[in-house]
Structures are given as C-alpha cells and as structure tokens.
Write a protein that binds this ligand. Structure first.
Ligand code: 4AD
Ligand code: MG
Length: 468
C-alpha cells in the first residue's frame, strides 16, 4: 500500500481536504450493496461514526469480497480517495482502490450479528462487546470522564497521590475485604496455640487485603500537601448482586486540609457539575446515540444537574420527610437505621426532584473516622444522592481530635495497633480536614444512562464472575 500513512476514521470524517488518497484501517461493521456497488461501514473506534467505503462492483464484485472475508467483524485496510458523499447521512466517503484483509470473521459463527443483541448477552462476550456501538460509546465516555477528573483537580491545585492497593487496614471498618496471601492452600503455618493461620510467616509478615478505599492514606498526603486526590481501583467482597454494586470498582477520593463539611459539599457539587459539563461538551456523538437508543431523558437530565443547585438537608430532616411519604417502602424508616436505595431515590426523584446532599447521619451507621457533632449522636457525614442512582458520593469531615477518634475506634472495635500511623496524624499537627469518595462506575452510570453497573466497566467483577 505504498508509503501512505493511515488516518483515523474520526479525522477523515472531519476533514475538509477532499479528493486525496487516504489509507484507513478498521473493522467492518456492515457490508451491503448490489451488483453495481458495495458499501462497507468501517469503524476503527476513534469515534462513534463509521466511514462509508464505496467499492465499485466491477473491481470488487460481491463474490470476491465474500471470498476474501470482507464481512462483518473483519479487520481490513482500505486505500482510496476521500470524496464528498453522494448519499445521505455522511459528508464524506471513500472510493476504494485497494482492500486488504488482515483477519476475516466467519459470518456463520461471529457472535456479533447485525440485528443487535441484549445487554445481558453482550455481558457474556465481554471480549467482543467493545466493538458494538453501545460499548464503544461507553468506553470513550469512561475515558473522557477519567481525563476530566484529572483535569478538574489539576486546575484546582490538587495533587494526585497513589495510594496502595495492598493494605493491612480496613478503611471502612466493614470487614468485606479480599485477602492477599502467598501462603499455601494446604498446611498453612499455624500460630503457636494452633488457633489460626500464622500470618507473620506470610509475604508481608502480616495479614493483608485488597484495599476498600484509599482514604486513610490520602489523609496522610493531605496533612502535607494540603489538597490531594487518589483515583484507583478498590475492592469489596460484599455479596451484593445489585445493578449498583461491583466487587472491583474505581474510586476518586479528594481529601483537603482545613476543609469543613460545608467546604466538602461545595467541592462535591462543583466537581460533579464540572464532570457532567465536560461530558456534554466533549462526548456529543456518543451521548446522542445513548439518548436515542436507551434513555430519551438522558441529555435533559444531564443538563438539569448542571443547571440546578443540589438540595442540602440533614439525615434527621430526611427521615421526617420519609416517615410521612405517601409511597409504601419495602424497608421501614426509623431514625437510626441506614437509608435504603428506595428511600434515597424517593427523596431525589419524587420529593425534591433534584440531586440531594444528606448530612449529619447517626454515628452508629457510619465509619469510625467521621467527626462527631456536638450532639454526641450524629457525625459530619455527607452522601450525595443522584436520580436513577441513589448514593453516588460518600464522604465526611474527619475526626481530628485524638481522644475522640480513639473513643470511636474502641466503640466500633477498630484495633488501634493497626492504625497507629493514622492516629499519629492527630498527634502531630492535627488539623480539620474533609474528603469524599466518588464511585467512578456510578458516575458513568449516570452520564451514560445505562441501568446496570456491569455495563459501564469493561470487565465487571461480581459474585460468581471473573471470566475475562
Ligand atoms: O461510601 P463509601 O463506602 O465511602 C468510602 O469508601 C470513603 N472512604 C470515601 C471517602 O470519604 N474518601 O464509597 C464511596 C462511593 C459510594 O458513594 C459509591 O459511589 C461507590 O463509592 N461505591 C461503589 N461503587 C460500585 N460498587 C460498589 N460495591 C461500591 N461501594 C461504594
Ligand atoms: Mg457510602
């Protein structure tokens, strides 16, 4: 193919520079036509749209294309002329001069058929679903959102810190962790009194797990760099088979020295709005497709979040509202119990009809590190609740008082010896500080309008599933 350099489909579709020779490489989405002309929709993933390749049947008769494997799913290169399109639906197209097949895909067995497939079926072929319109769009949006996260924090003077994946402590104190060990399955060394496995002989000389949150280490960095964030994979071994939970998900956790709960809410709201604004500005083709295909309210809902203030109220006020709600809930609401997704969504979707930030939850249903209010009953927690999602952010002002923190840890059975370094942050130059965690996949659920969290991460991990 001479020494012509390849161009991306995205660049060609935007090109004003017509009637020139181009080289493009990608996968055949569809091939159709008649005995005069064949049309190939070629997609290389660079953007939502495919480019139309027009193959004159004199040079490329259908039989020949078929014999060479130019069928759905085949990887090909096309050399030809970029011209203004004769047809509707595209500004430019390529008149093919030469087609090279890298790899064909036998139409008799290729799992992706023209007719389209259910999201459930596509989950079973996670290695091929990125080639569909839907997953191409989702994966590009995921990328754009990750980029927007870093851009937001960089623009606002935050430093990105890498917190560990393997950890000896349970940040949330919920005990739903995956163990990390190199001890043998059988005949693992036992402690002297034979009561359990002797982890002092394990790789790290202690029991270790995959992290559930980078927060505690982010606090370390915030106490030195002021404004920091971590963005990494987190793991939870909770047996939640829901459309909102994954066993492996990504979390964005900013942590800011000298911020109180008010500052924390302001940051969360500004951050979320800026991410949605970024998606609207940069993911137009992909969002338009998802809006048409899956959720006609998607674009309106995204714009609504950008345009409206989030409703802020306390947990106690929310419980009052829920108690007199006309809706019948599966789980009863009483002060002191954790709110279920049905309650959160009632507040957001029915009562306030906008995003909600709930604060000052009862101390017993929140983590040990949250700052105790003067009432001795509630903590400076905040959850941001979104339409269609429920909780998208969880965060708090942190307890900076050493004595009070130790009291909370004792009450919640969090061992002090495991977190001696965390306690020392309160011993040496302690300061008020606050932060939160945004679940990246919950954000992507909201941005894409998809209904199941397993459809917004390339390779979902959930109970019973780690195939790919
Ligand atoms: O509310 P969570 O558990 O808070 C923390 O982990 C804090 N350490 C964060 C912090 O203050 N730095 O989790 C934070 C968010 C949730 O609001 C939710 O969006 C997401 O993480 N999340 C999950 N996403 C997918 N699957 C799961 N199993 C999730 N659990 C939490
Ligand atoms: Mg939470």
């Amino acid at each position: 193919m001479s020494d012509l350099r390849k161009t991306s489909v995205q660049d060609l579709l935007r090109s004003q520079d017509l009637d020139r020779e181009v080289l493009v490489k990608g996968w055949v989405r569809t091939r159709r036509g008649n005995k005069y002309v064949q049309f190939i929709a070629l997609n290389d993933g660079s953007g939502f749209h495919s480019i139309q390749v027009v193959a004159n049947a004199e040079q490329f008769p259908e039989d020949k294309l078929r014999a060479e494997g130019v069928e759905n799913g085949a990887a090909i290169a096309v050399r030809g002329k970029l011209v203004a399109s004769q047809g509707k639906g595209q500004a430019v197209e390529i008149q093919a001069d030469e087609i090279t097949v890298y790899g064909s895909a036998d139409p008799a067995v290729y799992p992706l058929q023209k007719k389209g497939h259910s999201l459930e079926f596509l989950r079973e072929i996670a290695h091929l679903r990125p080639r569909t319109n839907t997953f191409g769009a989702i994966l590009r949006i995921r990328h754009a959102m990750a980029f927007a996260v870093h851009q937001y924090f960089n623009d606002h003077g935050f430093y990105y810190v890498h917190t560990p994946i393997v950890t000896g402590s349970d940040a949330e104190g919920a005990g739903q962790m995956f163990r990390v060990t190199t001890l043998p399955d059988q005949n693992a060394p036992l402690t002297e009194d034979k009561s359990g496995v002797d982890y002092t002989q394990d790789f790290f000389g202690k029991q270790t797990n995959l992290t559930v949150s980078g927060q505690l280490e982010a606090e370390v960095a915030a106490m030195a760099l002021g404004k920091v964030y971590t963005f990494g994979p987190t793991f939870r071994a909770e047996n939640s088979n829901t459309a909102r939970h994954l066993a492996e998900f990504w979390m964005i956790e900013p942590e800011v020295a000298f911020n109180d709960l008010q500052d924390n809410m302001d940051l969360a709201e500004d951050f979320l709005k800026s991410l949605v604004r970024y998606a609207l500005a940069h993911c137009e083709d992909d969002l338009k497709f998802l809006n048409e295909q899956y959720d006609k309210e998607l674009l309106t809902r995204l714009q609504f979040v950008v345009d409206n203030d989030f409703q802020r109220l306390t947990y106690t006020e929310a419980v009052e509202i829920l108690k007199v709600a006309k809706q019948k809930f599966e789980f009863p609401v009483d002060w002191g119990t954790d709110l279920q997704s049905e309650h959160e969504r009632y507040l957001v979707e029915k009562h306030f009809k906008k995003p909600v930030i709930l604060t000052d939850y009862p101390k017993d249903i929140k983590a040990f590190y949250m700052k105790l209010n003067d009432d001795g009953q509630t903590v400076r927690a905040m959850d941001v609740l979104f339409p269609g999602i429920g909780e998208i952010i969880g965060g708090s002002q942190r307890e900076e008082d050493l004595t009070k923190l130790k009291d909370r840890m004792a009450a919640m059975h969090v061992p002090e010896h495991e977190l001696w370094w965390y306690l020392e942050l309160r011993q040496y130059g302690t300061a008020p500080h606050a932060g939160f965690g945004l679940g990246f996949e919950r954000l992507i659920l909201f941005i894409t309008g998809m209904a199941n969290i397993r459809d917004v991460i390339p390779f979902p991990r959930f109970p019973g599933s780690a195939e790919f």
